[in-house]
Design a protein around this ligand. Structure first.
Ligand code: MSP
Length: 510
């Protein structure tokens, strides 16, 4: 991968009407894995997350809490920072839409749209869902509700409109010219057919409440919360200063990772706003699926939301990170179950990679003088395992390019499986009695395989990988992916006494 090439990745910014749940944790975690992977692979990464603080939904939640909206936002936004810390998220910035830099950026984007004749004053009459912060037509409604099941209310008020209807053909052309813009494929078909069915002009201001970014030159209006929210992606890299180093380096973003429910806003409205303002649209939007809890839809009313803090507390941070990304193909819906979590912790982590590491390092400690073993002549089996481990990086890169995070993990574990098979076949504990040179070679091949696995699991399990790399005495400056090619560890390097990295989960604790 070209050194230093920039990579800009974003999470959605989260509404502060509610405390963080597994959905927020999941999106942020997935972005963190990609961001860490790209950094370790030598890219210059900008990873953004934050909170979406304006609009009627937040205004109502603040009122319900008896608080001033900004004080309410301060409090809930902080919870999202706490979650990011608890999840060991490596974000480079945390944006809040109530910050002055963002308000200035929204107003500048608005001005660009006005100057280009893309916004006009009219009046809106139709349905609005506060929960979705979205406008619906009569035809959209299902049994008097939004298609998402959210309640709607009738709204009639003066409103500014964005000429979205003029952008349908240009959007279709853009999707055609950029076939990887929307992932996964199934989402793309959904978006294309929505655009083909015809776009209506979009109401982009509200006049019946005031918790939002004031429309320039017309303070009776605040901007529609989605126009405000989407703009965060350019605010954070310096917009409106399009000549700034950060804007030039990072815009257009490589990918906006979003949940499947908010694809339309990101893949239709957002590129249309940007193209209309003569700014570049993002390079990609990737939508992940939704979690259910033990087979049930997650909802506050059912009282079955999953608290990410509780998961970390019960199962461990890296275990939670691993499970959420391994269990379900990224892009598809999936089910959370405690039993599945425990199975993964015990089978994949404790018994597989954990046991491999423990067996190899304990024998090195006892039989190789607690130092990295010397590799002798290599057999075909040795070469095969090393080739598999050394060949991982390009394979993982191509899965990462498609955001197939579950494949990244499956491929790493295929090598761990192969190493477990190899150790059983080569039986270094028997070789100790018969052929110590061969024993050292077998252990050396395994140490090298474990070193490569530890380097490559860093994006998903940063703390556990660091412990493994410490056990291998790998210095901090030799932990990037470029170090993969620099093995094996010099024979004779002293290695510390091994300690378990992946404990079993004892069911009694559950
Ligand atoms: N504020 C908007 C995004 C603006 S981005 C310019 C928003 N906020 S949100 O707080 O509702 O975001 C929630 C995110 O969590 C969405 O990406 C959504 O898909 C995701 N999830 C909510 N529930 C979920 C599950 N049960 N499972 C997985 N993700 C889910 O939308």
């Amino acid at each position: 991968m070209p050194d230093g090439q920039s990579f800009y990745i974003t999470t959605p910014i989260y509404y502060v009407n509610d405390k963080p749940h597994i959905g927020h944790a999941y999106t942020t975690l997935a972005c963190d894995v990609v961001a860490r992977f790209m950094r370790l692979d030598g890219r210059r990464v900008h990873f953004l997350t934050g909170t979406d603080e304006h609009g009627q939904k937040v205004e109502k939640s603040a009122a319900a809490a008896g608080m001033d909206p900004l004080a309410f936002c301060d409090q809930v936004s902080e919870q999202f920072r706490v979650l990011a810390n608890a999840l060991n998220i490596s974000n480079d910035d945390f944006i809040r839409t109530t910050e002055p830099r963002h308000i200035a950026s929204c107003q500048a984007l608005w001005q660009r749209l006005v100057e280009r004749g893309e916004i006009y004053l009219g009046s809106y009459s139709g349905w609005y869902s506060v929960r979705d912060e979205a406008f619906y037509t009569e035809a959209d409604l299902v049994d008097g509700k939004a298609p998402t099941g959210a309640p709607v209310e009738w709204v009639e008020e003066p409103s500014y409109f964005f000429r979205l209807s003029a952008w349908g053909d240009k959007l279709l052309k853009f999707y055609e010219e950029n076939p990887s813009f929307i992932g996964p494929e199934s989402r793309k078909n959904e978006v294309v057919s929505f655009v083909k069915s015809g776009l209506r002009d979009l109401s982009v201001s509200r006049a019946s409440f005031s918790w939002g970014v004031p429309v320039p030159n017309d303070p009776a209006h605040v901007m529609y919360v989605w126009l405000d929210a989407l703009t965060n992606y350019i605010t954070a890299v310096g917009f409106p200063d399009v000549q700034s180093e950060s804007y030039k380096a990072f815009w257009p973003a490589n990918v906006h990772v979003v949940g499947k429910d908010i694809v339309r806003f990101h893949a239709v409205y957002w590129p249309a706003f940007l193209m209309a303002a003569e700014l570049a649209p993002p390079k990609g939007v990737f939508a992940h699926g939704w979690w259910t809890n033990e087979g049930q839809k997650i909802s506050k009313s059912l009282g079955n939301t999953i608290d990410p803090f509780e998961l970390i507390e019960t199962y461990g941070l890296d275990q939670t990170r691993y499970f959420l990304l391994r269990e379900v193909p990224f892009g598809q819906d999936g089910d959370f179950s405690r039993q599945a979590m425990i199975n993964r912790i015990n089978a994949d982590l404790a018994n597989n990679l954990g046991n491999l590491t423990q067996r190899v390092l304990s024998q090195v400690q006892k039989s190789c003088g607690a130092a990295a073993p010397a590799l002798g002549a290599l057999t075909a089996e040795d070469e095969a395992l090393l080739a598999q481990a050394r060949g991982l990086l390009p394979v993982l890169r191509s899965s990462m390019e498609k955001y197939e995070l579950h494949h990244v993990l499956a491929q790493l574990w295929a090598v761990s499986d192969a190493a477990n098979l190899y150790i059983d076949q080569q039986a270094p504990w028997t070789l100790k009695k018969t052929d110590q040179v061969r024993m050292a070679t077998v252990l050396g091949v395994l140490v090298e395989t474990i070193r490569i696995l530890a380097l490559l699991i860093q994006p998903v399990m940063p703390d556990s990988a660091a412990k493994m790399l410490d056990l291998l005495a790998i210095p901090a400056d030799a932990r990037g992916f470029d170090a993969i090619a620099n093995g094996p560890i010099a024979a004779g390097t002293p290695l510390p006494a091994p300690q378990g990295v992946f404990p079993r989960f004892e069911t009694a604790k559950a």
